[in-house]
Design a protein around this ligand. Structure first.
Ligand code: AMP
Ligand code: MG
Length: 344
């Protein structure tokens, strides 16, 4: 199969993409978070193809992408008022809500669950594609399962050239990490995955939020969890990643003591001069955390190279979108963190 790459700016792109989707085909779509590998979320065969192309475990559910909050009722029931409040505040945007699923949503899409995850992406062309297709799009991140997510059309091409008919090129993803996921099916709202909408912003609407343990710790692969998918090895380059926490100077001293040729350092732009001779790669500016979220996956993909032995990574501190960056980096590092303030 020849994989076509069409710019989001071409006048016919939305029509061509939606025609493929209506016919059960796959299209890689740009969103503000990461590129998605989309199919008609109500078509079991099309959804099965997503799992096959990505190599995704069958119990890892997909997010249904809607073109507006008015579609929630078509696919969900027992919808609490908080869902409408969150949609009014954050949609279109990087927030996914887990709600009880109506029977029209195939179990293949929900990974066998009775709940479904829904979101409305903040990307004009992609919403136009959804509207023209007339169906919700199931769309996980477009990377091969286990690889860092895709934030450019080239990343998608690197993983799927010849395996899907169309990639819509919308440039670099603005947020760069996947959506925040909040589960609204229990008594208390539960954060399943941090993302572009911060826990602080959610709290302003919800007044209450439980943070699921999948966010803060390594989950056993056989565990039964609220956030399937979070238990799988994720976001990681091929080689081990170690997060080095602590002050700039202490971290640099630690890394210089342990560095051997073949290692790489993933750091903030401001730190590049500290790592001369250690093959450093910056993923953004510490002073501007949005650049870190936008740059993280491209950097992790660059480091996903068999010639690299080990990666020492610097991680931002604090809340907001830094919380999502911490989560992705910790998962990439399998929660392996050394504190340069105390460790030799
Ligand atoms: P991805 O689209 O690759 O970022 O992955 C989507 C993630 O959303 C999954 O890995 C799950 O963690 C989460 N998810 C999707 N549907 C549900 C659901 N019904 N209940 C809980 N988590 C879900
Ligand atoms: Mg993913």
């Amino acid at each position: 199969m020849k994989t076509l790459v069409l710019s989001a700016n071409e006048p016919n792109t939305a029509q061509i993409a939606s025609d493929i989707l209506k016919n059960g085909g796959l299209v890689a779509i740009p969103t503000e978070t990461v590129y998605g590998l989309a199919a008609n979320g109500l078509d079991e065969m099309a959804v099965a193809e997503i799992f096959a192309v990505k190599g995704r475990p069958q119990d890892n559910p997909l997010i249904l992408h809607l073109w507006g909050a008015e579609q929630i009722d078509q696919f969900c029931h027992h919808i609490p008022q908080t869902a409408y409040d969150l949609a009014a505040r954050f949609w279109p945007g990087p927030l996914t809500m887990v709600l009880p699923a109506k029977d029209c949503v195939p179990k293949r899409t929900t990974g066998g669950l009775s709940t479904v995850a829904v979101r409305c992406p903040d990307h004009a062309l992609t919403r136009e594609i959804i509207r023209l297709a007339g169906v919700p799009l199931a769309a996980p991140s477009a990377n091969l399962s286990g690889k860092p997510s895709t934030t450019t059309a080239q990343h998608v091409l690197d993983d799927h050239d010849g395996k899907i008919p169309l990639i819509v090129d919308g440039g670099n993803c603005r947020v760069g990490v996947e959506s925040t996921i909040v589960d609204l099916t229990e008594e208390r709202p539960r954060l399943l995955r941090p993302g572009g909408i911060s826990p602080e912003a959610l709290m302003e609407v919800l007044g209450d939020l439980v943070v699921d343990k999948a966010v803060t710790a390594q989950i056993d692969k056989d565990a039964v969890v609220k956030a399937p998918g979070m238990k799988y090895r994720h976001y990681a380059p091929a080689e081990p990643v170690v997060i080095v926490s602590g002050s700039r100077e202490k971290a640099a001293a630690y890394i210089h003591r342990h560095y051997v040729p073949g290692d790489r350092v993933l750091c903030f732009e401001e730190e590049l001069p500290l790592y001369a001779g250690c093959d450093p790669l910056s993923y953004g500016q510490e002073a501007n955390v949005d650049t870190l979220s936008a740059g993280l996956f491209a950097a992790l993909r660059e480091l996903d190279d068999p010639s690299v032995h080990q990666v020492y990574a610097r991680c931002p501190v604090g809340g907001g979108v830094a919380y999502a960056v911490q989560n992705r980096l910790k998962k990439a590092a399998a929660f392996h963190i050394v504190d340069a303030e105390v460790e030799e």
